[in-house]
Design a protein around this ligand. Structure first.
Ligand code: GLU
Length: 287
């Protein structure tokens, strides 16, 4: 069997918190137990919110926590050409269209339709599906060539994509086979108008290029896995194994946020916490 490859893929758009510590420690533990490698991928495509200062802090926190990488880190902001290439490939398959409505316009249109009694589908994050207007508008498809207007995003034509792969997509959640239903996301955005990618596209490409075989990440990304499996099929990539672990929650049962001070690793460190204190706080046991 090939050597298992795990990865931890944080975004330096805020300080790492206890939830990141848990995910990084768990990845390392699983990699070591299986004789696998652990890689670091810095997901910094959001050039406004991700900074080099936050990245340096993040790397320092992970080192302090005792995480060691088997290869030099990979940075997504240095890989934009690859994402554009994949977007072009999907566009050549006629699975991508330029979308021109802003979030505000979409919300207005959906509110009007709902006021008139329609039921509008929403994705697992609660965002309304993108209206079919641009997809059905042949002119919009050529708008990019005409340079008349910059699209807000490039979207996957979900119906066409599923015709290519067929229904019946699944993923492996450790030993369990899960039915993937990418259609619950509607025409998902594969790139913002100003950058050549989205989280989904970049994540799938890099997992494939880094040879990742085991994806261990929080349950908040469970449903996104359906999109990732669809893209892997469309682009001819291998299927990794997934494990979506429980999230570390705050005292009110909410997900931790990067803006909270008392759960940030950097702040806990500067108030004197040891790495064992962190492991105790998240009930992580070595071994
Ligand atoms: N960059 C994502 C995050 O920080 C993680 C993506 C992944 O593990 O697939 O939430």
């Amino acid at each position: 069997m090939a050597q298992p490859i795990f990865r931890f893929a944080p975004s330096p758009n805020g300080k790492l918190h206890l939830g990141h510590a848990y995910s990084a420690l768990l990845n390392q533990q699983m990699a070591r137990k299986s004789g696998g490698k652990l890689l670091l991928r810095i997901e910094d495509i959001d050039i406004i919110r991700c900074t080099r200062e936050l990245e340096t802090q993040m790397l320092d926190d992970l080192k302090w926590l005792g995480i060691e990488w088997d290869e030099p880190p990979m940075r997504q902001s240095e890989n934009l050409e690859n994402y554009r290439g994949a977007l072009d490939e999907l566009a050549k398959m006629e699975l991508v269209y330029p979308a021109f409505m802003s979030r505000g316009e979409v919300n207005r249109q959906v509110a009007e339709a709902e006021k008139a009694g329609a039921t509008w589908p929403r994705d697992p994050d609660g965002t309304p599906h993108y209206p079919p207007r641009d997809r059905d508008n042949a002119k919009a498809r050529n708008a990019q060539l005409q340079h008349s207007e910059t699209p807000k995003s490039y979207r996957l034509d979900m119906t066409k994509a599923l015709k290519v792969t067929g229904n019946g997509l699944t993923w492996q959640e450790q030993e369990t086979t899960i039915e993937a239903n990418p259609q619950i996301w509607g025409d998902v955005a594969l790139a913002r108008g100003d950058i050549s990618t989205s989280y989904h596209l970049a994540c799938v490409l890099d997992d494939a290029h880094q040879g990742v075989t085991h994806i261990v990440r929080g349950k908040d990304l469970y449903f996104a896995t359906a999109i990732h499996r669809l893209l892997q099929e469309l682009l001819g990539f291998n299927e990794p194994n997934y494990f979506h672990h429980d999230l570390i929650l705050d005292e009110t049962g909410e997900k931790l946020s990067k803006s909270r001070k008392d759960t940030s690793l950097a702040d806990l460190r500067s108030s004197g916490a040891t790495t064992q204190d962190i492991k105790d706080l998240i009930s992580f046991s070595d071994g």
